[in-house]
Design a protein around this ligand. Structure first.
Ligand code: ARG
Length: 580
């Protein structure tokens, strides 16, 4: 349990022993001149106990004052209790943290959660939406683990949509003699005549053609359908293209530190579709509308439009909703999870609403919580989704490289050796991008602003890396000078106290981030903690301090802040270089 929670429990007990029965919340004060925290419950008790809130506050305060964890307990206004924490308490707290920060995090009751994020599409370039899904999903995955859950992360590739037909059609156009296109093809393996670089051009070329030519579009649809139904040549070719594409996609995910337990895709759900449709049929949930098999998901209370979910088109083809419902079916059958979470662009909200309703209504996901945690878009200066200079959609690779070039230019040649510059600028760029992406509330759109993202002095990834590395180098110097720091014994100034109070508040920030499924408060928090530490760092010459006890305390506090920063950077999927 966190020390903060322990404090709240202790206060609740104190309040109970003073005669009022309720749990109290310790709120960070908005009047720090009066106290560090506030307890507002006296107002609530006033109604319940028909007593003047000020009298109640006085009763409670007389008990709180007896406990040496607290100091400067006073009453403001009608009955707000201001409270500060004693040095004794804070000193003990830092000593507890030095051994294990994770102990200071409130664990939840353990659940098994499947988390679906990433969602790259095979044979198509990743774009900013995929970046957001990977960043947010990966951070939520790490957050869920941190608070004690078991998770299974699944990239859920898009591999059964129209791009399959388009790419296979284009391949046939380019390589008509390829074995898989022969009439008597028997499924034998063959060599794919293209590289991953070639593949990058095939989908855009084919896609342009289908936009200009209705007949080709129809053909691509037909091939997509044939692949779904297991056409031997087309399926084999698409399998091989998928394999090539996934290798490439994995490299991009590695660049942005997204790790998946499962590298499955829409097609992996195909084996469950007949069983699923059969089940829905038996429950009399499916009906035919204009030749398609559909299911109603409208509810009486609906105020918004809620179209039926289409599970099979009139030609027998399956759709996005079919594979998503079948994937839920398979995940529950295989893993028996308590929850399944999804992180995609908010524009897919209706789709997931329909799919979740179908899963609930049919009883497939009776005891499973299905959560959709959508996100807003990254926009350009014009307020529209971010584009390249010539107006095209920017690929994720292009976006990372754009930031990386900027970071490369800013590297200090005196600090980073030539041979390490590429790697370091990559790490800084990823930190810049990820931090900027996690900083706004998940659902809020934000503006891509390169110079703001990479600014060493702003609320940015590079600022956090720079500051964290600086603490590490301070600790390394102490080590070189054989200075041991085992005990925190002294709080010397208000600045240090601020750092410690920030540390104390971390578990509540983690709790709130978990509740909202958004990293924004954590991103704000690490900036606040780091800034408070940097103020302390600027005010003191730590290694030159003559009071040995103070020096030891300062180093220990530095160590704790370093550990906390590393934990939170890792939570956000950000790696810290050795130097920058
Ligand atoms: N491939 C989809 C896209 O690019 C995202 C997949 C999200 N996950 C899911 N289970 N539908 O938009």
């Amino acid at each position: 349990m966190s020390e903060f929670k322990r404090l709240e429990e202790k206060l609740s007990n104190i309040v109970k022993s003073s005669g009022y029965d309720a749990d109290v919340c310790l709120c960070v004060s908005n009047r720090p001149d009066l106290g560090e925290y506030q307890i507002n419950e006296a107002m609530k008790f006033a109604k319940e106990y028909h007593k003047n809130p000020n009298e109640i506050a006085k009763d409670i305060v007389s008990y709180i004052e007896k406990d040496d964890s607290f100091c400067n307990v006073n009453i403001a206004g009608a009955g707000f209790i201001n409270i500060s924490l004693s040095d004794k308490f804070l000193i003990n707290f830092v000593n507890l943290l030095k051994d294990d920060i994770e102990n200071n995090i409130d664990k939840k009751e353990k659940k098994k959660i499947v988390i679906d994020y990433g969602g790259a599409n095979v044979a198509k370039a990743l774009h900013v939406g995929h970046l957001r899904s990977a960043n947010i999903g990966e951070a939520l995955n790490r957050l869920a683990k941190l608070v004690g859950h078991d998770t299974i992360s699944d990239v859920h590739f898009g591999d059964s949509g129209l791009q399959a037909g388009i790419v296979v059609m284009e391949m046939e156009n380019m390589f008509p003699d390829l074995e898989c296109f022969k009439k008597d093809y028997d499924g034998k393996d063959f060599l794919l005549p293209i590289t991953k670089e070639d593949l990058k051009k095939i989908y855009p070329n084919g896609s342009n053609k289908t936009k200009e030519n209705e007949e080709l579009l129809e053909k691509a649809r037909e091939i997509t359908y044939q692949i779904q139904k297991g056409h031997i040549g087309y399926s084999k070719l698409w399998d091989k293209i998928t394999e090539l594409s996934i290798k490439d996609i994995k490299e991009t995910y590695e660049r942005i530190n997204a790790n998946f337990d499962l590298w499955e895709g829409e097609r992996d759900s195909f084996q469950y579709i007949p069983e699923l449709l059969d089940y829905l049929e038996k429950k009399k949930l499916l009906y035919v509308s204009e030749g398609a098999k559909v299911m109603d998901v409208k509810e009486d209370a609906d105020e918004k439009e809620m179209p039926p979910i289409i599970l099979e088109k009139s030609n027998g083809a399956y759709l996005y909703a079919t594979t998503d419902l079948a994937t839920i079916y398979s995940r529950i059958k295989r893993f028996n999870p308590d929850e399944i979470w999804y992180t995609t662009d908010l524009r897919q909200e209706l789709h997931f609403d329909q799919v979740f309703r179908a899963a609930k209504k049919s009883g497939i996901a009776k005891n499973v919580n299905l959560g959709f945690f959508g996100f807003g878009t990254m926009n350009g200066n014009d307020g529209k989704p971010f584009k390249t200079r010539n107006g095209g959609l920017m690929t994720l690779e292009e976006l990372i490289d754009l930031i990386k070039d900027e970071c490369y230019k800013r590297i200090n040649d005196n600090i980073v050796e030539e041979k390490d510059k590429d790697k370091v600028s990559e790490q800084i760029a990823i930190a810049a991008l990820k931090y900027a992406d996690l900083l706004p509330y998940r659902e809020t759109d934000y503006i891509f602003d390169l110079s703001k993202f990479v600014d060493l002095d702003g609320k940015t990834g590079p600022y956090l890396l720079y500051s964290t590395i600086r603490i590490k180098s301070l600790l390394n110097k102490a080590k070189e000078e054989n200075i041991e720091y085992k005990k925190f014994t002294k709080i010397n100034s208000k600045t240090e106290k601020d750092v410690i109070l920030n540390l104390l508040n971390m578990p509540s920030v983690i709790n709130r981030a978990y509740e909202s499924k958004s990293l924004n408060e954590i991103a704000e928090y690490i900036y606040k903690l780091t800034s408070s530490y940097n103020k302390f760092y600027a005010e003191n010459k730590i290694l030159k301090e003559e009071d040995e006890e103070l020096k030891e305390s300062w180093l220990l506090l530095s160590q704790v802040v370093y550990n906390t920063n590393m934990l939170l950077l890792d939570l956000m999927g950000i790696k810290c270089p050795e130097k920058m």
